[in-house]
Design a protein around this ligand. Structure first.
Ligand SMILES: [Zn+2]
Length: 194
């Protein structure tokens, strides 16, 4: 796996384990990649998010990707938004057992009980962070500049279902860690400069 600024390239798209890993920037230009990736790569991946619900959506989507492909998640994204109340943090924090049962029966999303419960738990945590710091973004900004090890430790003690890969993809995809785009990617110049 290559590194950029000391961080491994995204493992978001690795076609097959026995092939040389390629960066997302290279993979997304490949004629065989699903077209759902291009707008995400060009307009979202690595771009900072200011809105708490948008940040929360990204965290939940990254959690839901665990063990699955990002293609699957992007294709289900509209369904996720509908099923998860447009990722409104207070609404998800108040999800009941009935809501969890509804989600488990909804084929538009990933029907995994642990991931569904983690969304509610993490919404409750995010609400707590908002009450303490004013916003989820403000809490994240407090820790800006941390390295991946420190971020992972922080997330693991704060949120449910946040392993190292999930934490890294969440932070790279939202611009809190560098390395989303290769220096020769056409999108690279749009990335915030450190
Ligand atoms: Zn790129």
């Amino acid at each position: 796996m290559g590194t950029l600024y000391g961080y491994p390239y995204s493992s978001r798209f690795q076609p097959r384990a026995n092939l040389t890993p390629m960066s997302y920037c290279v993979a997304v230009r490949s004629p065989t990649i699903d077209p759902c990736h291009l707008p995400y790569h060009d307009t979202e991946y690595g771009f900072p998010l200011q809105n708490d619900n948008d940040l929360f959506e990204r965290l939940i989507l990254e959690i839901n990707q665990a063990g699955l492909s990002w293609t699957t998640i992007l294709k289900k994204r509209a369904g996720f938004r509908e099923a998860y109340a447009q990722f409104d943090i207070p609404t998800i924090a108040a999800f009941s057992e009935d809501d969890h049962a509804r989600l488990m029966a909804d084929a538009r999303i990933i029907r995994n009980r642990l991931k569904i419960k983690a969304a509610t738990r993490n919404a409750q945590v995010a609400l707590e962070l908002i009450s303490q710091h004013g916003s989820f973004a403000a809490w994240l900004n407090l820790h800006r500049g941390s390295d991946l090890t420190a971020w992972t430790k922080l997330f693991r003690k704060t949120f449910a279902f946040t392993g190292g890969e999930i934490v890294r993809e969440f932070l790279v995809s939202t611009g809190y860690l560098p390395g989303a785009h290769d220096p020769d990617c056409p999108i690279y110049f749009l990335m915030p400069k450190e």
